[in-house]
Write a new protein. Sequence first.
Length: 119
Amino acid sequence: MIDLALDPKTNDLLIIDFDAQLVSNVDQIAQNLAIRLRFFQGEWYLNIFAGIPYYQYFFIKNPNQIQVETFLTNEIANTRGVTEITEFSSNFDGASRKFNVDFSCIALDENVQMELQIP
């Protein structure tokens, strides 16, 4: 699988020396995971049901931790190329309204380890 590479800091297309960069294999799956986990439900006007329902279930007073983790693990497990989730932890910081996700998964027979902060 090949995709256009995104800059991990800005999430814009990665262009070096006027050339768009490509990403493939495990790096492409890791990039796809980051995109899927940052995709808010209702964000895309062509399918308002696509994405994760952050505003409905995550960013509320006293979110249900089990339900929140179920949404995230389902999204990770349903990503093409991911065969197994080996580790998963999440933490919601109510003061800053940030959700931290740390996980490891097996993709294309390699270990992918990620730490994300949403939003």
